[in-house]
Design a protein around this ligand. Sequence first.
Ligand SMILES: [Zn+2]
Ligand SMILES: [Zn+2]
Length: 265
Amino acid sequence: MLSDTHTHTYYSPDSKSDPEDNIKKAIENGQKYIAITDHFDHGMKCGKSDYNFDTKKRNAEFDRLKDRYEGKITIITGIETGQQPLRDVKLSNAGKLTEYDFDYVIGSTHVIDGLDPYEKVWFEGKDMNAAYKRLLETLIANALFWDNYDTVGHFDYTTRYAPYENRILRFKDFPELIDEFLKIIISKDIALELNTKTATRVEPDADIWKRYKKLGGELVTIGSDAHKPEFVGLEFEKYAEFLKSCGFKYTFVYVNRKPVAESIG
Ligand SMILES: [Zn+2]
Ligand SMILES: [Zn+2]
């Protein structure tokens, strides 16, 4: 199975997973690597907890696990950073990234106009066209504003929680905005993530992925966004086939911030 580049553990405030259980599940799946990408989201709270973790404590635990599982799997010490086109968020993320040489940095748009679309109120007063237009404008703003990350996490995150009947984000509905977004990330060598947690709820639009390929996009990551160990590698066979059908031969994992190709087969 392709390696999972997006998983959470109890170092994320919205997960209770023991990192070792994620690792065991990844080994059971036959993955060569597993990236653990706990949340850092400036100013965001999960109940009373910040979307942040104690880097030293986490590293100490991961070092023990790296020793224990050496030769069985490579553990990638990653982080999922929340992006907003705001200076204080950028400074805060930059500060977090100085705490350690993370192997891998996901940049994710969770918050649009100060609110996470996970909160249903975000969609109030917006039809699907208005909501997705705002998503794409924010993705473009973030793509222009941000550097120092490796992949765009779940660009279609907003669709997960969208209250519309047919809620697939389609290339044909927003060709200019989607092109603009894709061209910026391609020019910056930032990868695009296929997030299977989103994909299993809202089917990805093949035309977006084919367009990314056509524009010269090669860097693709695949991640389950598992907040529970049983979801590590969620539906990877299905979405590996999907990527293949869109013209991709490889997905990438990042080690020391450098892409390493894995053949889709
Ligand atoms: Zn996320
Ligand atoms: Zn995540």
